[in-house]
Design a protein around this ligand. Sequence first.
Ligand code: ADP
Ligand code: MG
Length: 441
Amino acid sequence: MKNLNAEKLWSTALSHLELEMPKANFETWLKNTTALSLNQQSLIVSTVSPFAAEMLSKRLMPTISRVVDNIANQSISIDFKVSVNDKKKSKHVLPKTKNPRLEKKYFTPIKYTFDSFVVGESNELAYESAQQIANSKSIKFNPLYIYSDVGLGKTHLLHSIAHSLSAKNLNTRYITGETFTNEYIFSIKEGTIDKFREKYSNLDALLVDDIHFISGKTQTQESFFHIFNELFIEGKPIVIAGDDPVDLAEIESRILSRLKGGLVVDIQKPNYETRIAIIEKKVSMANISIDDEVIIYLAKTCKNNVRQIEMALNRILAFAQLKNCSASLVLAENVIKGFRINNKSEHPSIEDLLLYICKYFDIDISALKSSKREQKLIYARKISYYILRQDLNLTWSIIGKVIGNKNHSTVLQAFRSLKEDLNNSPLVRNDLQQIRNQFDF
Ligand code: ADP
Ligand code: MG
């Protein structure tokens, strides 16, 4: 504790949290936070909005506290405060990253280009197809649909295409399904739908990331369908990234058949050799030195996705700096040990899962299983049904039975209602992610 100042403590905590939390959570709530002070056992951290402060204090505090206490080797109370300056800034511009975590010695995210993308067996086809779109004058297929699990390079490839096409002065737009939806809703509210459509019809190329976000959103899909058709007929390249098409049940079939009508390629998990190559690339691009055995250790430990590799690397470097020592194998092993690398597919017991959900929502398990109609309990039950169904593959009747003998249709109705909530509310998505994260779902 003696050598810790607020910045060091918080930046190390952030590098842990980045590794432990779903990306969306980290980026939304934690990325732009800064440590303000550390007095005795109290750490004050500034956030950019009151909403973020509330979210961090209420929902994410258990995880954050555990991580901070671990680093400091003692119990620290944490206070999230909205910083007045940050608040002003956040209205119009994204706050500049003053985060020491991202300075010099730390691994910094590299611009996503073809040059920084490591090609291996797992992603060769996706890479070649992306290059075709980026480099050739006449396209051989349209659209290109790239799918994979998270953290395997879809966004990286879409950005790379966007950089290449924009460099040729082509009017190119990269957009996520979420931003597309928000823009569409905004244009309806403001009565600017014509402008919205025009922006797209003037494009030379369209790249849509995380298309699954428009699942279940009928009107947004309608609008997307027209934009897609217009560009498609004119032979403008369209590249889409998202989930495996078989999982896109709530995307209209006419859109799905368009998406599948061009070239569909997937990205698999990288094999050992590719993982080594990726780590070496990241290390050399970030201009840092790290023992070879650490590279091998990382490649052997982090098997599931490249984002996880980057986070682990980041964490090792943060620790090395904190302790003022080199990034050795012993350090790497110690740093990674505390973090559950998601390589196992063992399922937790139902009881463990329900107990965790109760702890998360601060309720009693008997209340969860009761028929009480408090909002909090209804919500926790819905989340429980959802996870038991989606992640543990239990039947409706077993789910009903384990949560206080509810009948089949009650469970099904609640499940559907939660599905809708998930489409509409980032807070609900966050709760679900937090819980799933705990169990490596
Ligand atoms: P996805 O969009 O599929 O979830 P991303 O494109 O965001 O994944 O990739 C996650 C991280 O891993 C990014 O920082 C990206 O640069 C990196 N990454 C993924 N695949 C590769 C690769 N083949 N070579 C270099 N970096 C990669
Ligand atoms: Mg992505």
